[in-house]
Design a protein. Structure first.
Length: 318
């Protein structure tokens, strides 16, 4: 049996050479479109019916896309990575499309980036680098991280890895999660689980590490920013829509947020029309925190495992 497969995940597309032997072994005919971040709903609608399965990035697999796909050949949707917020899971279930993701695979990689962003906010190393390259000798007085309080929103595998790194840096830790936080983690790091209002009120630096859900869309809105300390920092390595960017801009203008590091945005890829590009106290990334060679090669194989397993189940069912 040969299966026709669409791959839309940029990190996997950049490392396809490592997958060729596996594709051949599993009889996968792979199609790889040119992608910057993700395909649009319209682009998916035009091609999705041609494929038996997809290894997906952050593309919008809406009910419309899935219905068109199911009227064609689509049986399986394997998400490369953790977040499934771009997939209409209810529609997929109704249509009989198998779905999967690769949970708990990027904890260290994303936590490293969260720590890196926090160090940049504290010491402004990126600004010093730019200035020295221009022939200057900039001396910026930084901020010590020891004894500062970090509030982590979403303390699962990624949030837990961030907590362990921040604990080593001597930071005090608060955590919020909709579920009880692992007791061993709390003992190891002295992290205290609190409600959101307490985390907002008492944190010097707020780090977003949670999944995007309908319930936490624009979790950080005008009201949330108003509860924070003056001169708070924000680090977002989760999903862009958790932050209301209009509210963030107000908080930056007022000084409520004095520094921010954003690896993700409400609309991606972000363009220069986004007003946030005008704020020199904001560090910007390209939704790239999970992208290391080691992690990509590992997750490539897990995603293929999931895809092939579900394709076989779908065939057996038919």
């Amino acid at each position: 049996m040969n299966w026709r497969i669409l791959i839309t995940c940029p990190p996997m597309l950049a490392s396809l050479e490592s997958c060729q032997e596996r594709f051949k072994k599993e009889n996968l005919e792979v199609v790889t479109p040119d992608i910057v971040q993700q395909l649009s709903e319209e682009e998916l609608c035009q091609i999705i019916a041609e494929f038996d399965g997809v290894i997906a990035g952050d593309d919008p697999f809406t009910a419309k896309v899935l219905e068109i796909g199911r009227r064609g050949r689509l049986k399986v949707l394997a998400k490369w990575g953790i977040g499934v917020d771009a997939i209409d899971l209810e529609a997929a279930k109704k249509l009989g499309i198998y779905t999967s993701n690769t949970p708990n695979v990027f904890a260290d990689e994303v936590a490293d980036v969260a720590l890196g962003y926090t160090l940049l906010l504290a010491r402004q190393l990126h600004k010093i680098d730019t200035d020295v390259r221009q022939g200057n000798w900039l001396k910026i007085q930084g901020t010590s991280l020891r004894n500062r309080t970090a509030g982590i929103i979403g303390v699962g595998s990624i949030g837990g890895a961030i907590a362990r790194r921040f604990h080593v840096m001597g930071m005090n830790l608060l955590g919020y999660d909709v579920r009880p936080i692992d007791n061993q983690l709390c003992q190891e790091t002295n992290l205290k689980q609190v409600e959101l209002n307490e985390l907002f009120k008492d944190s010097d630096c707020i780090v977003l590490a949670c999944n995007l859900t309908p319930e936490n869309h624009h979790l950080l809105d005008d009201q949330a920013f108003e509860q924070m300390k003056n001169d708070s920092w924000l680090v977002n390595v989760a999903r862009g829509p958790i932050v209301d960017e209009k509210a963030l801009i107000k908080a930056l203008d007022s000084g409520k947020i004095s520094r921010a590091a954003l690896d993700v945005f409400e609309s991606e890829p972000m363009t220069t029309s986004n007003p946030l590009v005008n704020y020199e106290q904001v560090i910007m990334g390209s939704h790239n925190s999970s992208n290391t060679r080691e992690a990509v090669l590992r997750v490539n194989q897990i995603a293929i495992d999931n895809l092939v397993r579900d394709l076989k189940q779908a065939e057996d069912k038919n």
